[in-house]
Design a protein around this ligand. Structure first.
Ligand SMILES: Cc1ncc(COP(=O)(O)O)c(C=O)c1O
Length: 308
């Protein structure tokens, strides 16, 4: 989803597959007054171009960004807002890390591991920021793990390269781990985190070996979500459940080795808007899809050639 101005007149371009799979997120936005259009649409020049080049496409965040930018730059009084990836969004999200750190400090607890889901990287970037500061200054060490879907594996299978932030290639380039701005995750993917790239800040930290990344398949993510819901009484968002999957795996490893570790993780949202995905999982019709190397290569071939 990318929105053009959250205020008096808000127009949201929502990834077509999410528009269909996440009708309740769509209706929340409409209730607050936004008009919501599935992307790629036939309303914008870039949307028509993407639809012509990828007939029947279910869209991607990169397509929605291009459409929102086109509308914002062509409509009087509109501004464009992106909800992830960019440095200022990570800065806003540092409140998550600052509050988590203050709470842990109050009780004298130091986490050994910090785990978060990573789509564009904003919640994880915000969560780890105060801890990463300590790690960089050599004051404390933390094992930090980004968790992404196996169907959109920007960190674990992407390239660290300059790329467009959007499919229409109208936004500036960013150096990041990317699958190529042309990459569109498989339509069966229901768990969010569908962005082709990754926050430039997190990309640099990952490339410097200061954090790790894991990719997980969606059926195992929903299995973790179900277990978490039954144990904690909290229904997690599918995105958050990527982190929960790895938290459970790491906790089980500790159980085997007898080690004691404190794990901090980001619970980024509620699952109540994603019951269509939960229904698929509960009905046993959810499937996994991992892109082949050849599919990824096709998208890497579209990376801009940059000489620095
Ligand atoms: C509930 C929830 N958690 C996490 C994310 C991941 O985004 P990011 O990696 O930018 O934090 C999203 C993205 O839409 C989301 O909806």
């Amino acid at each position: 989803m990318a929105s053009a101005y959250f205020g008096i007149d808000c127009k949201v371009y929502m990834v077509k597959v999410s528009y269909e799979q996440k009708p309740f997120r769509r209706e929340v936005m409409r209730t607050y007054g936004a008009s919501v259009t599935p992307s790629p649409s036939m309303e914008t020049e870039i949307g028509r171009k993407i639809n012509a080049e990828h007939p029947g496409t279910t869209g991607s965040l990169g397509c929605a960004i291009s459409e929102a930018v086109e509308v914002a730059t062509h409509t009087e009084g509109y501004r464009y807002v992106l909800g992830s990836v960019l440095n200022q969004v990570l800065l806003h999200q540092t409140v998550i890390g600052l509050e988590a750190k203050a709470a842990l400090d109050k009780y004298g607890i130091k986490p050994d591991m910090i785990i978060g889901c990573a789509g564009g990287g904003s919640n994880l970037g915000g969560l780890i920021s105060p801890f990463m500061g300590e790690k960089l200054r050599g004051e404390n060490d933390y094992q930090i793990i980004a968790v992404e879907p196996a169907s959109c594996p920007s960190f674990t299978r992407g390239k660290y390269a300059y790329d467009f932030c959007d499919t229409g290639m109208v936004c500036p380039l960013a150096k990041m781990y990317t699958l190529g701005s042309n990459f569109i995750p498989s339509a069966n993917h229901a768990g969010g985190l569908r962005y082709h790239g990754m926050s430039p800040i997190l990309s640099q930290l990952y490339d410097d070996g200061l954090m790790e990344a894991r990719s997980v398949e969606q059926t195992s993510v929903f299995e973790a979500a179900q277990q978490f819901a039954r144990v904690e009484g909290i229904l997690p968002a599918p995105e958050s459940s990527h982190a929960i999957r790895v938290v459970i795996d790491e906790a089980l490893k500790c159980k085997e080795t007898g080690e004691e570790k404190t794990i901090l993780f980001g619970l980024t949202g509620t699952g109540y808007f994603d019951m269509v995905a939960y229904q698929k999982y509960n009905d046993g019709v959810m499937t996994d899809y991992i892109p082949t190397d050849a599919e990824l290569q096709k998208s890497f071939d579209t990376l801009p050639k940059v000489n620095i």
